[in-house]
Design a protein around this ligand. Structure first.
Ligand SMILES: *[C@@H]1O[C@H](CO)[C@@H](O)[C@H](O)[C@H]1NC(C)=O
Ligand SMILES: *[C@@H]1O[C@H](CO)[C@@H](O)[C@H](O)[C@H]1NC(C)=O
Length: 292
């Protein structure tokens, strides 16, 4: 049976390709804004798997975000589960502007996303202490909102080219065509105390800890301008009670600078020199930040 290895290898490769597809889940629980849930469960799922929630950009979908990133092939290696939801409203942008969308359990997109996580924890015996969120552009804006409104659900977050939680509060929409442009243009500048108060007001009475966050932004972004990196860092360093420590240049790659807050384990910014919208997803850096 000298040929068996290569034949089996070929079959495994075909299976791996088939496994790359997402599965639609219909009845996952509370779904006040009619989101679509798509899940990727690797064939060798870990005993108590971690969960990554991956949030698409405006105009995108869960399918598009999963196929443009490497999280599914990394799940094949490491055994975690990915959820790639889709929103179909407001040019497929996430609800990061309304009062309900910026509140805990008030009927926004955020509540439906947490229901997907709850479903996954129950169905696959996933580890509730290893739930992570990431996203690009609108998905990064929503990542900020998820950790502000559901801090108890997530252990850590990473995201690419977004804005601080609450930056679009009160805007008529969240898409480039419906939103008040001031936020994306980098004109919504607040003090650290104002951002902290705003985050705390999204979940009044919550006194637990908040997720760790690593957030990337390109200096040449002309869709969501670079001041939004500084505002996110002001917000989350205020929440975590850490201040700027140092810059580490050419990390995690040439031309990128890591802005380290405190000891660098709670809040980390990455400024990507000359990079536009959006910063390419750095999946293996995400996994390091998540501890996966
Ligand atoms: C998620 O699960 C928690 C813990 O069981 C529960 O308190 C919460 O209401 C659930 N949230 C949603 C949106 O399903
Ligand atoms: C750290 O890096 C950022 C982004 O390049 C820059 O704006 C900032 O001035 C730097 N801070 C220090 C203290 O070097």
């Amino acid at each position: 049976m000298h040929i068996s290895t290569s034949v089996l290898g070929g079959i495994a490769a075909i299976c791996a390709t088939a496994n790359g597809a997402l599965t639609r889940v219909n009845d996952f629980g509370t779904n006040p804004t009619n989101l679509q849930m798509n899940i990727y469960v690797p064939s060798k799922v870990a005993a108590k798997p971690a969960i990554i929630l991956g949030l698409h950009y405006c105009g995108g979908s869960g399918e598009a975000y999963s196929s443009s990133t490497k999280y599914n092939s990394l799940a094949d290696q490491k055994g975690f589960i990915n959820i790639f939801p889709s929103t179909k409203k407001d040019n497929n942008c996430w609800e990061v502007n309304t009062v309900k969308g910026l509140s805990h359990d008030a009927g926004g997109d955020n509540q439906g996303l947490v229901a997907m996580i709850n479903y996954t924890i129950k169905k696959y015996n996933a580890d509730p202490t290893k739930v992570f969120v990431t996203g690009s552009s609108s998905g990064c804006m929503m990542t900020n909102v998820m950790i502000a409104t559901y801090p108890e659900v997530f252990a850590a977050a990473t995201c690419y080219s977004g804005v601080a939680a609450g930056c679009l509060a009160g805007s008529p929409g969240a898409s480039p065509s419906s939103a008040n442009p001031d936020c994306a243009n980098g004109k919504v500048i607040k003090t650290q105390a104002q951002w902290v108060d705003q985050v705390k007001a999204m979940y009044p009475g919550y006194s637990g800890s908040y997720p760790r966050i690593m957030t990337y932004h390109g200096t040449a972004d002309n869709v969501v301008f670079i001041p939004n990196l500084g505002e996110q860092l002001k917000e989350w360093s205020g929440i975590h009670g850490v201040s700027f420590t140092k810059n580490v240049t050419n990390t995690p790659q040439s031309g990128y600078t890591e802005l380290v807050y405190g000891d660098g384990t709670k809040v980390l910014g990455v400024s990507a020199a000359g990079v536009g919208h959006t910063v390419p997803v750095h999946e293996s850096e995400d996994l390091k930040w998540f501890g996966l």
